[in-house]
Design a protein around this ligand. Structure first.
Ligand SMILES: CCCCCCC(N)=O
Length: 149
C-alpha cells in the first residue's frame, strides 16, 4: 500500500499563512525541505552551537553536536521521505509550522504521513531551537516500530 501526504480539508491553500514570509520563515521552510536529505551532518550546520532539538514525546538534545547525533540516530531507523508544510507563521524569531512528514521505518519498511506541529526559534540565520509535537503512539502503531526502546 502506497502511503502519501494528502492535503487536509483545513489546509488554507491560498492564504498568506500557506507560504513563508520574511527571512526566518524562509529559512525554516527551506530547512523542512532539507530534512529529506536525511543527512544529519548537513542538517546540523543549520543549528547554533547552543541549539536544542526535541521530538516532544522523547528526550531533548542540547548543543549542535547532540542535535546532530540525535538526527543521526533517528536516520538509522527511519527516513524522512517528504515534508509538506501546510501553514507557517512567526513573530520575533519564533516560527510555527503545521506540517505532515512522510516517514518510513527502515526495519519494517512501513510508512506514515505524520501530522506535526513544529516550533522553530531562529537567531542570526541559525536555528536555536526545534520542537516537534506529534502523536508518537500513532507513529509507532502505523510503522510497527517503537522509538521508546
Ligand atoms: C516520530 C519520529 C520523529 C520524527 C523525526 C523527524 C521529523 N520531525 O519528521
Amino acid at each position: 500500500m502506497t502511503v502519501d501526504i494528502v492535503a487536509p480539508g483545513w489546509h488554507l491553500a491560498g492564504s498568506p499563512v500557506a507560504q513563508p514570509h520574511g527571512a526566518d520563515e524562509e529559512l525554516v521552510w527551506r530547512f523542512m525541505q532539507e530534512l529529506t536529505t536525511n543527512d544529519a551532518e548537513k542538517l546540523g550546520t543549520w543549528f547554533s552551537d547552543d541549539a536544542m532539538y526535541q521530538n516532544m514525546p522523547l528526550p531533548p538534545a542540547h548543543g549542535r553536536e547532540a542535535v546532530t547525533g540525535m538526527l543521526a540516530g533517528l536516520f538509522t531507523v527511519m527516513r524522512i521521505e517528504k515534508v509538506e508544510t501546510f501553514h507557517i507563521c512567526s513573530r520575533d524569531g519564533l516560527v510555527l509550522t503545521e506540517r505532515e512528514d512522510l516517514l518510513t521505518a527502515i526495519p519494517t519498511g512501513k510508512s506514515v504521513a505524520l501530522p506535526i506541529l513544529g516550533v522553530v526559534s531562529v537567531r542570526d540565520g541559525l536555528i536555536t531551537g526545534w520542537r516537534d509535537y506529534f502523536d508518537l503512539r500513532a507513529f509507532e502503531e502505523a510503522v510497527e516500530m517503537s522509538l521508546r526502546g
